[in-house]
Design a protein around this ligand. Structure first.
Ligand code: BG6
Length: 484
């Protein structure tokens, strides 16, 4: 594979919350990888802004350590690291006061793109936006990047959108959903709209059902405070799972352009039926041998928050009426695996009689780990013994197909940050999309609150509560196994 890395324009990127966890684990190591690959131009500058006292030298050392921890050894080259660290500096700013802002303004060069990454709580978005304007560094070539959670319900999302809109045009606002930056998620669009093979079959006439699974082995870790107020519905379903569902269900956009794609996704969210409480299973992981379950992790012995959710959803439009979408996501499950499975209907009539081994065609799009696409097809078992059918995979693992280059696939964050600099919003959420997703999620959450619904306990290391299996069994279907 020939490297097609095209450097982006010179930029000044300011990361508010530049010493935080996301910056350390994802943003800065990702930028380093883009630098090594030659995508970040020599004139690019990265400025970390945070509240604590720090020096450029000390900040660079923390980034050196982060590169050591989060970048593969092959990419760690002393000369490259030194050249990258040279581009970094630190400014102490007070997001709610005026300290440090003049110094930041003086650092910003006039003739380059300005990108501001708000890697801070949403409560500070308005404060930061106002100060960028007050100190004259929010010109027309500037853009801002905001992280999830984008609100915790429709009302708060609307408020956030309104706050940002007071200061920036929609084309300057990049709402990150890092799932959209994953290689296979984009490949989903390439598979659907770059081939003639699938699209004619991509509808309720031919597809029996769709399964989306995002299973994690990790628990809530040190994020208990946030997570216990969010739960899987707010943390994963309203955003990542919804985005995956949209990309599968949407109509072909007229071009791979920001508004064309986002208009189509929005139509899907609006076509989603209200989720029926009887078709939702919530779960909460139990203590493991070390005695740490969800409630211990979040330090809330009576928590009613779900760390697992499975739901059956219906998209009410011409294409999908009658084909259910089953989605599930959870923490502390058996394996870390994310995949989308399109399960096709059986042929209308079997000329081979009833053969038990015959299974439906399934197209599996594996997001992680081992990204790839797998199509299960039925063939004749080779050799004598009559016409016996077997199922074989037509497998395209990126690793096998692309060789070592597949190890070099950029991480979602680094790809998305480069898109910010390029000014391409296709893989970012528009304000109305986020609001529509909350408008769908809110009544479901409100229902649980009203009825005092409690999640069902499940064993850590399992595939979630039994009831989630029943959700599909009732319909004569079954989940694919949660396995790595
Ligand atoms: C984040 C959620 O947005 O996505 C986390 O807040 C979750 O709870 C994470 O663990 C999953 O992302 P990935 O890329 O590891 O699948």
């Amino acid at each position: 594979m020939v490297s097609r890395v095209i450097p982006v324009e010179p930029f000044d990127l300011v990361i508010f919350g530049g010493t935080g966890d996301l910056a350390r684990r994802k943003i800065l190591p990702g930028l380093y990888r883009r630098f090594v690959d030659g995508q970040m131009p020599a004139e690019a500058r990265i400025i970390a802004a945070a509240r604590s006292e720090n020096t450029d030298a000390a900040f660079r050392e923390t980034v050196r350590a982060a590169i050591g921890e989060f970048v593969t050894k092959e990419k760690q080259d002393a000369t490259c690291i030194a050249a990258f660290l040279d581009r970094l500096s630190y400014v102490r700013v007070d997001a709610t006061g005026s300290d440090g802002w003049q110094a930041l303004a003086e650092k910003m060069r006039k003739d380059v793109i300005h990108a501001y990454y708000f890697s801070v709580g949403p409560g500070l978005f308005g404060d930061l936006a106002r100060r960028l304007h007050r100190f004259g560094i929010a010109g027309s070539r500037c853009r801002i990047v905001v992280e999830k959670p984008f609100g915790h319900d429709l009302e708060s999302a609307r408020d956030l959108n309104a706050t940002l809109a007071e200061h920036f045009d929609e084309h300057q606002i990049y709402r990150i959903d890092h799932y959209l930056g994953k290689e296979t998620v984009q490949n989903l669009m390439a598979v659907r709209f770059g081939n003639m093979l699938f699209e004619p079959l991509w509808n309720a006439r031919n597809v029996d059902h769709i399964q989306i699974t995002v299973a994690e082995t990790v628990g809530v870790g040190g994020r208990g405070g946030y997570y216990d107020k969010a739960g899987a519905m707010r943390d994963m379903v309203q955003n990542h799972m919804m985005q995956l569902l949209c990309l599968i269900a949407m109509e072909p956009p007229y071009a791979f352009e920001p508004d064309a794609v986002r208009d189509e996704k929005l139509k899907v969210i609006r076509a989603l039926d209200h989720a029926d409480p009887a078709q939702i299973v919530r779960g909460q992981y139990l203590a493991d041998e070390e005695g740490r379950g969800y409630r211990e992790d979040v330090e809330n012995p009576d928590s009613r928050t779900e760390s697992f959710i499975a739901m059956k959803l219906n998209v009410s439009n011409w294409r999908w009426k009658g084909t259910p979408f089953y989605i599930r996501t959870g923490k502390r499950l058996r394996a870390r695996t994310s995949e989308i499975a399109i399960v096709f209907k059986d042929p209308p009539h079997s000329i081979f009689g009833d053969q038990e081994s015959h299974k439906s065609n399934v197209l599996v799009i594996r997001l992680q780990p081992n990204e790839g696409i797998n199509l299960k097809v039925t063939i004749k078992e080779p050799g004598p013994g009559g016409m016996r059918l077997i199922e074989v995979p037509l497998d395209m693992s990126f690793k096998e197909a692309l060789g070592p280059e597949a190890d070099d696939i950029p991480d979602a964050y680094e790809r998305l940050i480069m898109d910010v600099i390029r000014g391409n919003q296709t893989l970012f959420m528009r304000g109305d999309e986020v609001e529509a997703a909350w408008a769908w999620a809110d009544p479901v959450i409100a229902g649980w609150e009203q009825t005092g619904d409690r999640p069902i306990p499940y064993d850590a290391g399992s595939s979630g509560p039994e009831d989630a299996l029943m959700l599909m069994h009732r319909d004569g279907r079954r989940w694919r196994e949660v396995k790595a």
